[in-house]
Design a protein around this ligand. Structure first.
Ligand SMILES: C=C(O[C@H]1C=CC=C(C(=O)O)[C@@H]1O)C(=O)O
Length: 471
């Protein structure tokens, strides 16, 4: 066990940990094998965004995820093992990869909290193949990070994952761990100024409103022909800045502006980042308790409390919005039942965000031990909240109308652990950032009765929320 004592700045590596690593080393030397070894330690509180800002290197893959209102955050930096695949079988392959790694993984932990355990980070794209050949993220990436820092209610853990075989130097591993601990613990009292604006910062928008509205009109005609009942059409907003976007500041703005959303950032280690603030959880499983969100149907927040309440009342009573929403509930309950689960639909409610409000129905279920979280992800993605109904027809229409690659937009992004716990969000209200360029994505559900101008306004509202945060 490692003890890092704050004031003294003294790090003591306990004999247990050294002995554990030596035992692993000897076993693997004897058998001529390689094992994944995971070391988990409780550390003093540190802000994972500060860790991202100070420690992540541009050439390393990373994943940052934060739910400010739940006091939860996790960051994964660099990988010890990684899978990149595409195609229809990607979720199965991802599950197999995780299971294979787990069979070959041993852990050492200084305490037993589940968030202190190693997590596998999963990044899927919306479609099982990207049409755009140079899209910067594969259709599926799963990685076990070299470093993981997780925070829950101000308690913090560091996980180091490493490979052990006959050719590694245990002393070097210990030195790496010690030095990373020293750096991370030095950030404890570090108060970065994420708030100050970069000097002379300016950004220019390149938009094309007519194309989206025409697509909505055309989709409405297809709906009238009864080929489908709903399609979610997205639009992009390309932005060029006079200097590279500052990721940490943008993420800090997102978590400040959208405290009840999931704020995330994924770097491919080649200079491109996908970031966003999504209100939508695909699934979370905590000790076999699954929660998923049916989230669809929107109205702007009002400028006054009276206007806000009126917008909310109109939303909950609007037949078109309720229809759009119900399609999502029906799909989720049906798909979970097909897996042998017994979904329980909770009372509908409003999900009120800083600029927009949604119809929201949480759905619960108990997950049998033999159903892997990635099976559920495969079963649910994409829901009618981001694709439409019927799903396959809607997906074909999306490909037809949207001239851009969705990539990670509206896709499942999250993590799973060895106990079957997981958290996957839907990557909406997001942006792909490449230096001084950003492409922002947002969409809206189109059903019979949709008005192209209103749908366009809704998408703009969603895009503006993100645009505001980008610096
Ligand atoms: C597809 C998006 O939002 C979905 C989630 C909530 C409400 C939605 C709607 O009312 O259209 C969408 O279904 C997006 O923001 O890009």
């Amino acid at each position: 066990m490692i003890l890092a004592s704050k004031g003294l700045n003294k790090i003591q590596i306990c004999k247990d940990l050294q002995q554990f690593l030596l035992d692993c080393y000897q076993i693997n030397c004897k058998k001529n094998t390689t094992q994944i070894v995971s070391l988990s330690l409780e550390i003093d509180y540190v802000d994972p965004l500060v860790v991202l800002d100070k420690i992540a290197k541009p050439q390393e893959i990373n994943f940052y995820w934060e739910n400010p209102s739940q006091n939860e955050a996790i960051i994964a930096i660099d990988s010890v093992t990684k899978l990149e695949v595409s195609g229809k079988d990607r979720f199965n392959q991802a599950e197999k990869f995780v299971q294979d790694c787990l069979h070959n993984l041993v852990t050492f932990h200084s305490h037993s909290k589940s968030f202190s355990r190693p997590h596998f980070f999963c990044i899927f794209s919306f479609f099982d193949r990207n049409n755009q050949a140079d899209y910067p993220f594969p259709a599926a990436t799963v990685f076990l990070p070299r470093w993981q820092v997780a925070v829950k209610n101000k308690r913090c853990t560091l996980v180091m994952n490493t490979l052990i075989n006959c050719s590694v130097n245990i002393q070097r591993i210990l030195r790496d761990l010690k030095s990373k601990l020293e750096i991370i613990q030095s950030l404890e009292d570090y108060a970065p100024n994420f708030d100050n604006l970069t000097e002379n910062f300016s950004k220019k928008k390149i938009a094309n409103p007519d194309k989206f509205k025409n697509s909505v009109l055309s989709a409405l005609a297809t709906i009238q022909e009864q080929q489908l009942v709903k399609v979610v059409l997205a639009d992009t907003l390309d932005v060029k800045s006079n200097q590279p976007f500052n990721l940490s500041k943008s993420l800090h703005n997102l978590r400040r502006l959208h405290p009840n959303c999931y704020v995330f950032s994924i770097s491919n280690g080649q200079g491109q980042n996908f970031i966003g603030a999504s209100p939508e959880r695909l699934i979370s499983i905590n000790q076999q308790e699954l929660v998923t969100d049916a989230l669809a149907g929107s109205a702007p927040r009002g400028k006054t409390s009276i206007e806000d309440a009126a917008n909310a009342t109109n939303l909950v009573n609007n037949t078109k919005e309720k229809h759009e929403h119900k399609l999502v509930i029906d799909f989720i309950t049906q798909r979970l039942s097909q897996l042998g689960l017994f979904p329980q639909v909770l009372a509908p409610r409003l999900r009120q965000l800083s600029n927009i409000q949604h119809l929201w129905t949480p759905i619960r279920a108990v997950v049998p031990a033999n159903v892997h979280p990635l099976k559920i992800v495969a079963q649910l993605h994409p829901t009618p909240a981001v694709a439409g109904a019927a799903r396959d027809v809607a997906c074909a229409e999306i490909r037809r109308y949207e001239s851009f690659e969705r990539g990670l937009y509206a896709a499942p992004l999250g993590w799973v652990d060895a106990e079957g716990n997981c958290e996957f969000i839907v990557g909406i209200r997001s942006a792909l950032i490449d230096g001084d360029r950003a492409r922002l994505y947002a969409g809206a559900g189109i059903v019979a009765g949709s008005d192209p101008d209103k749908e366009f306004a809704e998408v703009q509202l969603k895009l503006q929320a993100l645009l505001k945060a980008l610096v």
